[in-house]
Design a binder for this molecule. Sequence first.
Ligand SMILES: NC(=O)C1=CN([C@@H]2O[C@H](COP(=O)(O)OP(=O)(O)OC[C@H]3O[C@@H](n4cnc5c(N)ncnc54)[C@H](O)[C@@H]3O)[C@@H](O)[C@H]2O)C=CC1
Ligand SMILES: CCCCCC(=O)/C=C/[C@H]1[C@H](O)CC(=O)[C@@H]1C/C=C\CCCC(=O)O
Length: 261
Amino acid sequence: MALTGRIALVTGGAQGIGRAISEALLREGAKVALVDSNPEVARECRGRLEEAFGVGSSLFFECDVTDWAKLQEVFRKTVKHFGHLDIAINNAGINNEKDWQKTINVNLTSLIKGTYLALEHMSRENGKDGGVIINVSSMAAFMHSPHMPVYTATKYGVLGFTKAMAEASAVGNFGVRINVLCPAYVDTPLLQTIDEEDKMGRYFKYKEELRQSMHTYGILDPSLIADGMMMIIKDGSLNGAVMKITASKGIHFQNDEPMSA
Ligand SMILES: NC(=O)C1=CN([C@@H]2O[C@H](COP(=O)(O)OP(=O)(O)OC[C@H]3O[C@@H](n4cnc5c(N)ncnc54)[C@H](O)[C@@H]3O)[C@@H](O)[C@H]2O)C=CC1
Ligand SMILES: CCCCCC(=O)/C=C/[C@H]1[C@H](O)CC(=O)[C@@H]1C/C=C\CCCC(=O)O
């Protein structure tokens, strides 16, 4: 997919991985709707992006993805403003083992809603022209952690949901490629949450073990995750792909065992 004039929507787009992919998309001539619940980071991000890529290249929506009505409105306004939607990246995510129900609501429930909204505006089922969806899981979906059990559960859920939706899209001829991306540790503010007792709750006492895990496995730059997302966006053959990104192997794919008869 060439990106000039393509329209992307990125949840959690104002910081970290979401900001990295938003900048990468803008550099390649796409237009981006950034959806984020944090007005401070969004304001700073907006200033930088408009300075670098011009006013009008991006839209900013202050929206908590758990607010269903607001999320619907954001998708609707994006399509109304730009005319169509080609790329949806469900990236917004948190780590909060204390308020674990919020973690499920943001990381999994709202990602499912974001996927369905993207299909509403992209699927041939609805007379649209197709597109690509990237859902962000984690290497925690392959190497579970006793320190973040609910975060881990949400990322397992994202992995399974996305693989199933990719098959549904193929069977249903949606014309939408649906793929999942599983990064290892990435150098973003999210990683700081392991030092916050109000986020780690009962698992705060394990923070040194988590630090050791980060030391063992390395911490990636957000730009590498953006590179992986770009690969998925540009490779029209990818549907149902499980992209892993680690310090040891870089960008690579999970090769699923064939389904047994
Ligand atoms: N940082 C890491 O080590 C890893 C992160 N991931 C995943 O990557 C995704 C992005 O994470 P990071 O960029 O690291 O986090 P981050 O905390 O740096 O950025 C997340 C952005 O999402 C926004 N956000 C959070 N909750 C929101 C909500 N309810 N509605 C709208 N926006 C919301 C935040 O305001 C922030 O701007 C998440 O799904 C995370 O689970 C996966 C593997 C590793
Ligand atoms: C603050 C939340 C961020 C969590 C990021 C993440 O994905 C963590 C994954 C670790 C999990 O919690 C326990 C692990 O062992 C995971 C280690 C991460 C990557 C392993 C890379 C292995 C490899 O390089 O082959």
